[in-house]
Design a protein around this ligand. Structure first.
Ligand SMILES: *Cc1c(COP(=O)(O)O)cnc(C)c1O
Length: 395
């Protein structure tokens, strides 16, 4: 479909049809171009392509047709001008850092972001003289007060993991823009199906495609999405330094995008039912899911999202021992740190994904010993509930 045609199509059509470039063989499914470089008819064509006078592929660190298809499709689903694919979600975040920050700059980051994101800012970005402050996601005054003349980037994840706190994206965009900074949102949990942060004023959206965009736990990848001007900087960084998405993985994600809308609806439905079940269970202290009306972020989530997603966290009475009992009594739910899969997964954040945090840092982001995180998959919800109740009824 050409750019102009796309304006008339609904998101579900864009997710299946955008960006498909057929080769001369006329294949129906998207082709995988497993090639590192591209050839030219003659020296003049090579010269024109290398100089940029003529558009076209040169080398797969720069562009590859299968990766380009994925980028076009994701950008269309996001309602964005452009996307750049990366080798992983962390590579996408690093691409934002390297494209827009330099020594002397300052970043404000939500305290409740993915563990490796905290480590990336604290251990590596800081090493190059970029100062980082971590603040509470929902405390808008803390964000305002943290802004300095050197602030260039606000970095946010919403809903947060594992407490499902909701960021007021429009308010954060206003704070960023008033200070001349960019707002980047890690939208891996919602995907463009449930939330389009650019519509609320965010400048950049980053993805771990490894999660829901794939949806079946097969491949590692990431992406940065935004306008042409910003994304050109990201593109030049990625083509220069090399955290490029592999064409094979791009093909897996292309197929993932085709079913994303159906999957996100089904994940949200199952998660809602599980959250309601857990909130009635006597051995459950607290449930973190924005789909529950009593959740502090519920109203804000309703105003920003088209569903509440598939991640449910809850605290059991009895601390680590009780939490481990619930985990160990499951029969089919996978005990793993990964999420966003059609297979349900279960994690004890305090000793796995957030195990390296100090006790104070754990407390600040609400990681207690009794906390369990479930990525609710697409198995039958009655089976999922039964698998979890086995341990819950023992503690
Ligand atoms: C997994 C994840 C990442 C990192 O992505 P990788 O593909 O593992 O590099 C970043 N942000 C969030 C929210 C994630 O869940």
């Amino acid at each position: 479909m050409s750019q102009q045609d796309q304006i008339e199509y609904q998101p579900d059509t864009l997710a299946i049809r955008t960006g498909h470039t057929r080769s001369f063989e006329g294949e129906h499914a998207e082709p995988i171009f497993l090639t590192s470089s591209f050839v030219y008819a003659n020296a003049a064509e090579a010269a024109a392509k290398f100089s940029g006078q003529e558009a076209g592929n040169i080398y797969a660190r720069f562009t590859n047709p299968t990766v380009t298809m994925f980028e076009k499709r994701l950008a269309a689903m996001e309602g964005a001008e452009r996307a750049v694919a990366t080798s992983s979600g962390m590579a996408a975040i690093m691409a934002v850092v390297m494209s827009f920050l330099k020594t002397g700059d300052h970043v404000i980051c939500s305290r409740a972001v993915f563990g490796s994101t905290v480590a990336l800012f604290e251990k590596y970005v800081a090493k190059f003289g970029v100062a980082v402050d971590f603040v509470d996601l929902t405390d808008l005054n803390a964000w305002k007060n943290a802004v300095r003349p050197e602030t260039k980037l606000l970095f946010v994840e919403s809903p947060s993991n594992p407490q499902a706190e909701i960021a007021d994206i429009r308010a954060l965009a206003d704070i960023a823009h008033a200070g001349g900074a960019l707002l980047a949102i890690d939208n891996s949990f919602c995907t463009p199906v449930l939330q389009k942060p650019l519509q609320f004023g965010a400048d950049l959206v980053v993805y771990s495609a490894t999660k829901y965009l794939d949806g079946q736990g097969r491949a590692l990848g990431g992406a940065v999405v935004g306008n042409h001007q910003l994304l050109e900087d990201v593109f030049v960084y990625v083509r220069t330094s090399g955290p490029t998405m592999s064409p094979f993985n791009a093909w897996v994600f292309l197929k993932g995008l085709e079913t994303l809308s159906l999957r996100m609806k089904a994940h949200s439905e199952n998660a809602q039912k599980l959250a309601e079940y857990l909130s009635r269970h006597a051995r459950v202290e607290k449930v973190y899911y924005a789909g529950l009306p009593e959740h502090v972020g519920h109203e804000l989530a309703v105003s920003q999202q088209r569903g509440f997603g598939g991640i449910v966290s809850f605290e059991v009475k009895g601390g680590r021992e009780a939490a481990w009992t619930v985990i160990d009594q499951t029969q089919f739910i996978s005990i793993t740190g990964n999420l966003g899969d059609v297979k349900s997964t279960i994690t004890h954040p305090a000793t796995t994904t957030h195990g390296k945090l100090s006790p104070e840092a754990k407390q600040a982001v609400g990681i207690s010993e009794g906390l369990i995180r479930v990525s609710v998959g697409l198995e039958d919800i009655d089976d999922i509930i039964r698998d979890l109740s086995r341990g819950l009824d023992l503690i």
